[in-house]
Design a protein around this ligand. Structure first.
Ligand SMILES: [Zn+2]
Ligand SMILES: [Zn+2]
Length: 438
């Protein structure tokens, strides 16, 4: 065969619609290379908004596959576009940052990296949330989609997002023109590895899947003095204690019990010595909810209770508590639109079988994946779970995730091969279907 006949022959093979089995085989053939990439990413994690090596490496890979690649979007993000005729715009997102955690998995490719956080703290760095599996499956999907280019029509918009753990990255990429400079997607899709599911299973949670996450600081001001002379003081520790206790009623007494909500006071600091009444107490809260109206009621309630208790304690107007919601660190709830959730479940059930499908309940953790959908609620959006806990460990624990390392644990060692191959297959199946030719 001469070259043009060979090319025709190759094209005709590629033009075959990918059956479940052929896609699985193609991904299996990609796995050795993908696992090499995974181990490299795992051994070289980078903290949020400090990603340099990861995006550079992946940008080069995407160029080789024929994507038009733009780097440094939203500081360190990557946008890789493949315009392939008329049709929908599908955005596939992977987050790529690691955590300030010192790895203790004992894996041969465990991270030994140390770095400084944005606050200047020297720390070990680890892919303890499994974003290295996300990046690898993202590239795996890009490979399959590039190879199957003549089977689909539309625009594939693949983004590598920095700073998910600090809730900065999605916002930074959107602010840098993600939906205006490149394209506005009709569909956005991503996945997260899961410690609460056995390796190779897929979980879909329609509607609210992950929570609104807010951090609140309360500075409770008092009038300091001698510990033996309380009448000459206004004790901020007693006042802050009242505030902490009354805050418990926000969820237990004010909130509709059918709306999930959490108010946790995670930090309480005041005073320096036994016999001194301090003049200030500092509280740090995490506040979780799903619906925006519940979020508002909790945040308003916190401000009201802080002020109300200060009035009850006789604090003057100019010494009222200062309540500060750290908006820059807030993460809105992740909402999986019903149509895409349902459609993906049908595709996955056909591809993987019902026994690999799960329906995990919503979780009270946050993900800034939410921000893409919230930009325009006509976008179909789905963040699905791919189980990562190795089967033998899952079975030994009797399927009880509480007995196993969670995400963010220094011991989190997913069955990366299962996560990456399953996620690559799942994302490719959805992408090929959403972008299938007229
Ligand atoms: Zn995380
Ligand atoms: Zn994560």
């Amino acid at each position: 065969m001469n070259r043009s006949v060979l090319a025709l022959f190759a094209a005709s093979i590629l033009a075959q619609p990918a059956s479940a089995a052929t896609l699985n085989e193609a991904i299996r053939a990609d796995m050795p290379q993908l696992m090499t990439l995974y181990r490299d990413l795992h051994a070289n994690p980078e903290l949020s908004m400090q990603e340099v090596r990861t995006p550079a490496r992946l940008a080069a890979e995407m160029k080789k596959l024929g994507f038009t690649v733009t780097e440094k979007v939203g500081k360190t993000g990557v946008v890789a576009m493949m315009k392939n005729g008329p049709g929908p715009v599908l955005m596939l997102r992977a987050d790529m940052d690691a955590l300030p955690v010192t790895e203790q998995t004992g894996l041969p490719f465990a991270s030994k990296v140390r770095a400084k956080t944005a606050d200047g703290v020297d720390t070990g760095v680890m892919h303890a949330c499994g974003h290295d599996t996300h990046v690898t499956a993202w590239l795996g999907t890009a490979r399959r989609m590039a190879a199957a280019r003549d089977q689909w029509s539309g625009t594939l918009m693949m983004i590598l997002q920095p700073g998910e753990e600090t809730s900065e990255g999605a916002r930074a990429m959107l602010a840098d023109g993600l939906f205006t400079r490149f394209a506005k997607p009709s569909h956005v899709l991503g996945f997260h590895d899961a410690a609460v599911l056995p390796a190779g299973t897929i979980g879909i949670t329609p509607d609210y899947a992950l929570a609104n996450v807010d951090s609140v600081d309360i500075t409770v001001r008092g009038v300091g003095g001698h510990g033996a002379l309380p009448a000459t003081t206004k004790d901020p520790i007693v006042l802050a204690s009242r505030i902490v206790t009354t805050l418990q009623t926000l969820v237990s007494r004010e909130n509709d019990p059918l709306n999930p909500a959490v108010v946790t006071v995670g930090s309480f600091h005041s005073g320096a010595k036994h016999n001194i009444i301090s003049d200030e107490a500092k509280l740090q809260l995490t506040v979780r909810s799903y619906k925006p109206e519940v979020r508002k009621a909790l945040l308003d309630g916190i401000a009201r209770i802080a002020r109300g208790e200060a009035i009850a304690a006789g604090m003057p107007e100019d010494r009222m508590p200062i309540v500060h919601v750290r908006e820059a660190q807030s993460t809105p709830a992740t909402f999986n639109t019903r149509k895409l959730s349902q459609h993906a479940r049908e595709l996955f059930t056909a591809q993987f079988g019902a026994e690999r499908m799960a329906s995990p309940p919503p979780a009270m953790v946050g993900e800034d994946f939410s921000r893409f959908y919230l930009t325009d609620k006509s976008i179909e959006s789905l963040l699905f779970w791919v189980g990562g806990t190795p089967r033998d460990k899952w079975d030994a624990a009797g399927g009880d995730p509480l007995k196993l390392p969670s995400l963010h644990s220094p011991f989190w060692a997913p069955d990366a091969e299962a996560v990456i191959s399953t996620a690559t297959e799942a994302m490719t199946v959805v992408a090929l279907d959403l972008l299938k030719k007229g």
